[in-house]
Design a protein around this ligand. Structure first.
Ligand SMILES: Cc1ncc(COP(=O)(O)O)c(C=O)c1O
Length: 325
């Protein structure tokens, strides 16, 4: 296992691609996309970075079994199951909600990768961080290394600091803004720490009413500083989270969002998914239009992956296209 796990400890090849669209041309904005979706076929997107140190730590501590939490379409569980399969860990996915009669593409993959699935009620799922609930799971399933929902812990943040490694090797192409979707805020926390104020980091919440995200990010950064024994010296002015681009809530779609994504993908060839990346790109356009992102700025959109989830959302997307006609 360690030989193969070595692949994860090395830095992946990250491609940055220039996007040209009419709006950016109009405002003189240079928009690039960091294609984390292309980092690995299975451990794709920000998952690669959030899992990297978790997997290495679990291996170093001789854990054979990894457990985490997620929904029916979870990108995080998908990547964890793939990692378990590749590196020889047993994996357990605790899934929010009753077992569906028919498994969608994500759940089917989890099973294919050998993940053991445990469906729990939405009420029980809320206890995902409670010691008593976790002890009960250990009694039932045996000892495991716990990776929190979304891979959101200090090791996940540590991995995400590496997303921006290398961005300043050529200062002439360094961005003024780096933008990404937020679920738990772990990716943003890592990027803020890696960026160290050299550009502004913008998060776009995928959830409705998630005003707690700012505090999550601050807590994760403080935890990371403690873990690394460094001072948490990042100015609060160097980052911002936008809360108005959720389109009705987590994984909710509208005809406007789907038509924006369709048009963008047709024009640029960039594959998008609607839960995080499509909404974030929409936000970037809106912030340019509103001059929050000023004319002439260099913007780097982080494509955080999640494309596997599109398979389970096709019908919902088609419904929005039909509504638009
Ligand atoms: C595709 C994608 N983008 C962005 C995010 C948000 O990441 P975070 O939870 O670190 O904020 C997630 C969730 O992990 C995701 O699956």
């Amino acid at each position: 296992m360690s030989m193969k796990l070595q692949e994860v400890s090395d830095s992946p090849q990250i491609t940055i691609q220039r996007l040209s669209d009419d709006l950016c041309s109009k405002y003189g904005v240079k928009l690039d996309v960091m294609r984390l979706d292309k980092v690995d076929a299975e451990l794709s997107g920000n998952k690669w970075f959030k899992l990297k140190y978790n997997l290495m730590h679990a291996h170093a501590c001789n854990y054979k079994r990894l457990l985490s939490f997620g929904g029916y379409y979870s990108n995080h569980l998908h990547a964890l199951a793939a990692a378990g399969h590749r590196f020889g860990f047993q994996t357990i996915g605790v899934i929010r909600g009753a077992e569906p009669q028919e498994y969608g593409p994500t759940l089917q993959d989890l099973v294919k990768y050998g993940m053991c699935l445990k469906f729990v009620s939405r009420e029980s799922y809320r206890n995902k961080t409670c010691d008593t609930f976790l002890s009960t799971l250990k009694e039932e399933l045996g000892d495991f290394f716990l990776i929190p929902e979304g891979g959101s812990n200090v090791l996940g943040v540590k991995g995400c600091t590496e997303i921006v490694t290398g961005l300043w090797s050529d200062p002439s192409s360094a961005p003024d803004y780096i933008v990404m979707g937020c679920g738990t805020g772990a990716t943003l926390a890592g990027v803020i720490l890696g960026t160290q104020g050299r550009c502004k980091a913008l998060g776009v919440s995928a959830l409705k009413g998630a005003q707690y995200l700012e505090q999550n990010v601050l807590d994760l950064m403080a935890e990371f500083a403690k873990y690394e024994g460094i001072a948490p010296a990042v100015s609060r002015d160097s980052w911002q989270i936008y809360h108005d681009y959720h389109f009705g809530g987590f994984a909710k779609l509208t005809p406007e969002l789907v038509s924006f994504m369709d048009e963008f993908t047709t024009g640029s060839g960039l594959p998008l998914e609607p839960v995080y990346v499509g909404k974030t790109l929409y936000a970037v356009h809106d912030l340019i239009r509103k001059a929050v992102i000023p004319e002439g700025a260099r913007v780097l959109l982080v494509h955080t992956g999640g494309l596997q989830g599109v398979r389970g959302m096709e019908a919902q997307m088609q419904k929005q296209r039909n509504r638009a006609v």
